[in-house]
Design a protein around this ligand. Structure first.
Ligand SMILES: Nc1nc2c(ncn2[C@@H]2O[C@H](COP(=O)(O)OP(=O)(O)OP(=O)(O)O)[C@@H](O)[C@H]2O)c(=O)[nH]1
Ligand SMILES: [Mg+2]
Length: 410
């Protein structure tokens, strides 16, 4: 099965707000075609759980669950990456139309396009070098035939380090401590609210620590998130020592048997030494109270700040052991290539991406869902066209067979 077909089968779906305009899924089942009606490729909305999915014990098969989950994830990435997708698809289509033959001019134009989309210089050079090699190896001469290889290579380049490193280090039977860091306004507090919601709906007992005692209103903001999601927040007054607040929060979390404590911190500039030292102190306090903690230090980066996000990450990485990136506001940029630059140039896995402002708009990062979001229309169109071609070829060969039989002398 082709790479595009696999992605389409796995993720094909439509954002929820468009769903209502589509036929309900049940009617997606085989319908007899009217005589004059040609078979059209079906537009599928992501499946929603219905009673029919559950057996008499109220259980759902793992396959059904995974299928529904993948479609919902696909729809989220597709909606969240809409701006980037318009940009990537349009530019790639233009390139393919302009340079029909695979040659150096095409590769140079492709390099330029990817660099402009924030993919990062080194990553682009590596990606395009691999494409040159692949084109030669497979003897691909038409740019059109390189379309799928380009998307496939983006996934490969992401995976080249370790597989699965985007998984969170969370274990049952211990207090897991997550520390959220980053500069002002990147989305730390919002991400904490979304994460709390996610883990709580997975059945975990989640608590929050209001470690941003610096910015006016920050404690209240976290308390609002706590109320909204229904999780407890430990806080002290504005101006108190963040390390002391987090220490208190750890004790509260231990005594209440929490599974996960997520600690907010003040937005800090990476070049302000005292703020960075304060972060180190917070980390030391956490480490003394819970062995091996913090289990995750998540650095929030705002995708709309492009290359600046990369330099923030480099500075944070120097002073603290960042275990993962949360790339927020991907929905707000047309340059979604920044994901690849971060991964490839910093070797820090992107663990979550922010695809909007709603509670469930924070999604675990996965390179396949990401490229699906970046190229969904192109992938769907490509698969539909090749299915139509395939059907036409089949019906032609059937016609020929019938004709052949007819002419065969008996
Ligand atoms: N569109 C969009 N907006 C987001 C996303 N994540 C966060 N935001 C918005 O970004 C703004 C800043 O979010 P905060 O969570 O307050 O950021 P912060 O890093 O805690 O800011 P400070 O506490 O001031 O350092 C808010 O308006 C959020 O709604 C996202 O994934 N998509
Ligand atoms: Mg905040």
């Amino acid at each position: 099965m082709s790479f595009f077909k696999r992605l389409k089968d796995k993720f094909s779906g439509t954002p929820e707000d468009v769903q209502d305009e589509l036929e309900p899924l049940d009617s997606d089942e085989e319908q007899p075609l009217e005589d004059d009606q040609e078979e059209q490729p079906k537009k599928k909305a992501p499946r929603k759980l219905s009673e029919a999915d559950f057996d008499e014990d109220g259980l759902i098969s793992i396959e059904d669950f995974e299928e529904i989950e993948a479609q919902q994830i696909g729809a989220k990435f597709k909606a969240g990456l809409e701006k980037s997708r318009e940009n990537f698809q349009e530019q790639l289509n233009n390139l393919i139309a302009r340079y029909r033959k695979v040659d150096e001019d095409f590769f140079e134009a492709l390099e330029e396009m990817l660099i402009t989309a924030d993919v990062g210089f080194d990553t682009v050079m590596q990606l395009v070098e691999e494409l040159r090699f692949e084109a030669q190896k497979r003897n691909i001469t038409e740019t059109e035939d390189l379309r799928e290889v380009i998307v496939e290579k983006i996934v490969d380049i992401y995976h080249q380090d370790e597989e699965n490193s985007e998984a969170m280090d969370l274990e049952d039977g211990r207090l897991n401590v997550i520390l959220m860091v980053g500069v002002n306004g990147v989305g730390k507090t919002t991400t904490i609210g979304k994460l709390a919601h996610r883990y709580q709906s997975e059945g975990k007992k989640v608590m929050l620590a209001a470690g941003d005692t610096f910015r006016a209103g920050a404690i209240e903001q976290l308390n609002i998130w706590g109320d909204r999601v229904g999780v407890e927040v430990t806080s002290q007054s504005e101006g108190s020592d963040p390390a002391a607040v987090i220490y208190d929060a750890i004790n509260a979390a231990k005594s209440k048997g929490a599974d996960i404590l997520i600690c907010d911190t003040a937005g800090r500039l990476q070049n302000k030494a005292n703020l960075m030292n304060e972060l180190e102190k917070v980390k030391r306090v956490i480490g003394r109270a819970v062995p091996d903690a913090p289990h995750e230090v998540l650095l929030c980066l705002d995708a709309t700040t492009g290359q600046n996000a990369l330099s923030q990450a480099k500075s944070f990485k120097e002073v603290t052991n960042v275990t993962g990136i949360v790339l927020t506001k991907l929905d707000g940029t047309a340059k979604g290539g920044i994901v690849l630059a971060i991964r490839n140039e910093l070797h820090i896995p992107v663990k979550y991406v922010g695809l909007g402002e709603k509670l469930d708009d924070l999604q675990p990062f996965n390179p396949e869902s990401y490229v699906y979001g970046l190229f969904a229309d192109m992938i769907e169109q490509n698969v539909d066209e090749s299915e139509i071609d395939h059907n036409e070829e089949q019906s032609e060969s059937t016609d020929n067979e019938i004709e052949g039989q007819y002419h065969e002398p008996k």
